[in-house]
Design a protein around this ligand. Structure first.
Ligand SMILES: [Fe+2]
Ligand SMILES: [Fe+2]
Length: 259
């Protein structure tokens, strides 16, 4: 492992406010300000009318294909972060990865709600799309399966810094998705949703928890770069790579469903 400048210690964990938290803030701000024109266009159209069952199948299967490897990937990323940092700081090195893992505890159903994959299946079934149709890769758009396949590798191989950038961008885009979709699915009576309906828990849980995930991802990046400041470029490259494929996926979905 290359010996890079390490400034990890108790203070670094108490408050992510060192010089490299500025770099982290720039990266997170770039993710939040990234022009997600395709997602915004998709969301505008999505809010204009209810989707048919076949359109919902395409949408839900695409989301499933795109997210297929993310939940397991988050746990793997947390471990990789610890492995990378512990040699530099055996006392506190594990805490950085824990921020990633804490943001994902909701995904595994260990806090408040059930496993998100189960919530997604219940949500889809209520909309008339059976689990097998959601899980069928051929029902997803091509760029959603491409992004899902890329995420499989991004979380597991390559540099940890790049993976952290991918993950951070993923958390940021999740908020942009669920804040809109939560309201859209409540708008149209054809979806037969209401805020307190058990079948709506999938939207409700993300609507509540995703903003916290961004906060934790931001802290994680700041603490990581405080330890390994030379890796800022790799974190940024990971975020940009994710955002480019994400943009392509929503452009394809927007075109297939609405144009
Ligand atoms: Fe989730
Ligand atoms: Fe999240």
């Amino acid at each position: 492992m290359e010996a890079v400048a390490v400034r990890l210690g108790t203070d670094a964990y108490s408050e992510a406010s060192g010089p490299d938290s500025c770099v982290a803030e720039t990266i997170c701000r770039r993710c939040m300000d990234y022009p997600l024109t395709a997602l915004h266009s998709f969301n505008r159209h999505f809010a204009s009318r209810p989707l048919t069952t076949s359109e919902l199948t395409l949408f839900l299967a695409s989301m499933a294909a795109f997210n297929q490897h993310t939940i397991a990937g988050i746990a793997i990323l947390a471990g990789r972060l610890s492995d990378e940092l512990l040699p530099y700081d055996p006392v506190h090195g594990h805490e950085v990865g824990a921020y990633v893992l804490d943001a994902a505890v909701d995904e595994y159903g260990l806090r408040e709600s059930r496993d998100h994959l189960e919530l997604a299946r219940i949500f889809a079934a209520h909309l008339g799309v059976p689990p097998a149709a959601v899980a069928e890769r051929r029902n997803a758009c091509v760029s959603a399966t491409a992004l899902g396949d890329a995420l499989l590798g991004w979380y597991r191989s390559g540099t940890t810094a790049f993976s952290l950038g991918v993950h951070t961008a993923s958390e940021v885009t999740s908020v942009a998705e669920f804040m809109s979709w939560h309201d859209i699915f409540l708008t149209f009576p054809e979806y037969r949703m209401s805020r307190d309906l058990p079948e709506f828990e999938y939207m409700r849980a993300h609507y509540i928890h995703e903003p916290t995930h961004i906060h934790h991802a931001r802290i994680c990046v700041a603490k990581y770069l405080d330890a390994l400041p030379a890796n800022g470029t790799l974190v940024r490259e990971g975020a940009e790579s994710y955002l480019a494929l994400y943009q392509r996926m929503f452009h394809e979905l927007d075109t297939l469903i609405f144009k």
